[in-house]
Design a protein around this ligand. Structure first.
Ligand code: 5GP
Length: 129
């Protein structure tokens, strides 16, 4: 099914990429709820994360772990929070969010960040991946 994330995978739509392997892509959220808010997606076209096979879900989480480690090196925070929502984009994805307080995980808000700052941040995370 074609959606915004499948178009990012195919390169039709640009993203601020932070990491990639054969099966996964990680990029910065365009409307971050916190500085460093990153999305990790499988390249396979599947909507609901819990429809993924055990193997694919395990691979997604292990890739997310590697991205989270790189993110933690770059963004000053206590932990990287993990969330799965999927109500807006029908392509399975994991939100990785640098957090210092539980409020940092609150959705429905967006920090203001420029395209230039997103580019610089993505490059730093990619370098640490
Ligand atoms: P969810 O589907 O988990 O409810 O939310 C989808 C997330 O994808 C949101 O945090 C939203 O900001 C993000 N998002 C939506 N469209 C784009 C896009 O074109 N590029 C990027 N990088 N993120 C997007």
């Amino acid at each position: 099914m074609s959606n915004i994330f499948s178009k990012i995978i195919s390169g039709e739509i640009p993203c601020h990429k932070v990491a990639e392997d054969d099966l996964h892509l990680a990029f910065l959220d365009i409307n971050p709820v916190a500085y460093g808010h990153t999305l990790v997606i499988p390249k396979m076209g599947i909507d609901y994360i819990f429809d993924m096979s055990d193997e694919s879900l395990t691979n997604l989480m292990l890739f997310s772990k590697k991205v989270a480690k790189a993110l933690k090196k770059v963004v000053d925070c206590k932990k990287i929070g993990v969330s799965v929502i999927g109500l807006e984009v029908p392509h399975a994805h994991v939100h990785l969010i640098p957090i210092n307080a539980i409020q940092d995980m609150t959705f429905g808000k967006s920090i203001g960040i420029s395209q230039a700052d997103l580019t610089a941040l993505a490059n730093k995370i990619a370098t640490n991946f």
